[in-house]
Design a protein around this ligand. Structure first.
Ligand SMILES: [Zn+2]
Ligand SMILES: [Zn+2]
Length: 339
């Protein structure tokens, strides 16, 4: 049997192990993908550290996968070998439970599948995914460019396009990291008056390079007060993982404003009086399905939005992961297989 390299986590908290495995065969309804690139997302730590319930180990992480369709299983009619595809966090759903019937596939109560969590992901030469989890990747995007868009990209793009903001509205993006640097670009290209908020004067040139209309340094001024001076934000997208930073900007919401939380912070505080007196809202957003990923990729080609990446070969997975964990990566870390 032909073999491949895979990076597995053998137990919660265990190290990454580069192992040789047989190349998996796609079952009915599944597709085998020859992986070209896979982004390292902070959520991969859920697998590495065992912080997601019910994971069966050993497990291969990775849910920002881009590669070529290499083989299709029985009953798969929508994909053929050679097509370039991406696989993101949402790895499948039952299609028949009440949430699925309402189109809320992420809320599937019967068979919610998560790539690199429920089944092996993209830290490998090959992976097998449900056909339903695949997005078509445009030719204009290199694998390394497309990979981070499968989680960081779709999350920010989908949160923005499903928010109440309309072209010309004041939209703030809190954080200029892996999510935020994409969020600012998407917000600009969607036609919002985009305000980037981060810590430190040194981030200002980056914010403007990404197209931001204004930059607010939250270390030297009160971002909530500054947003109010600009008329109050229609939407704030909170990409950071710091609840205090989220709490500090919420006061910048205008009338009918919404703060959309996509960073996994532990908690945040908000004044009920502030919410009710301005009909304001706090809302969360989850990334999206394969169709949303495909929209994200197409919009990124159309508008020129790109992720800035640091690229490592698969063998250097431990170094690459530590770089992501350090918070110093500018801005997403991507593994490549050489295919
Ligand atoms: Zn992710
Ligand atoms: Zn379902």
């Amino acid at each position: 049997m032909p073999k491949m390299r895979a990076v597995q986590v053998a137990r919660p908290g265990g190290p990454f192990e580069i192992v040789e495995r047989e190349i998996p065969q796609p079952g009915a309804g599944q597709v085998r993908v020859k992986v070209q690139a896979c982004g390292i997302c902070h959520s991969d730590s859920l697998v590495k550290e065992g912080h997601w319930p019910g994971i069966q180990y050993p497990r291969v992480p990775g849910h920002e996968v881009v590669g070529l369709v290499d083989a299709v299983g029985a009953g798969v009619t929508q994909w053929k070998t050679g097509q370039r595809v991406g696989v993101g966090w949402h790895g499948g759903h039952c299609g028949t439970c009440d949430n699925c019937r309402n189109g809320d596939f992420f809320g599937c109560t019967v068979n919610l599948q998560i790539t690199g969590v429920s089944f092996d992901g993209g830290y490998a030469d090959y992976m097998v995914a449900p056909a339903i989890a695949l997005a078509l990747v445009p030719e204009d995007l290199a694998p390394v460019e497309a990979a981070p868009l499968m989680c960081a990209g779709i999350t920010t793009y989908n949160a923005l396009r499903n928010s109440p903001a309309r072209p010309g509205d004041l939209v703030a993006v809190l954080g200029l990291g892996g999510l935020g640097h994409l969020g600012v670009q998407y917000a600009v290209k969607m036609g919002f008056r985009t305000v980037a908020i981060a810590r430190g004067k040194d981030k200002e040139p980056l914010a403007h390079k990404l197209g931001a209309w204004r930059y607010l340094d939250s270390q030297s001024l009160d971002p909530a007060a500054e947003l109010q001076k600009l008329g109050g934000a229609k939407v704030i997208i909170a990409t950071v993982t710091n609840g205090d930073a989220m709490s500090a900007v919420t006061g910048g919401l205008g009338i009918n404003g919404t703060i959309v939380v996509i960073g996994a912070a532990q908690s945040m505080t908000v004044s009920p009086l502030f919410l009710l007196s301005g009909r304001r809202a706090v809302k969360g957003w989850y990334s999206g399905t394969a169709a949303d990923s495909q929209d994200t990729l197409a919009f990124s080609v159309l508008s020129g939005v790109r992720s800035m990446n640091e690229v490592y070969p698969l063998e250097k997975v431990t170094e690459a992961y530590e770089r992501m964990e350090s918070g110093k990566a500018r801005f997403r870390v991507v593994l490549t297989t050489g295919h």
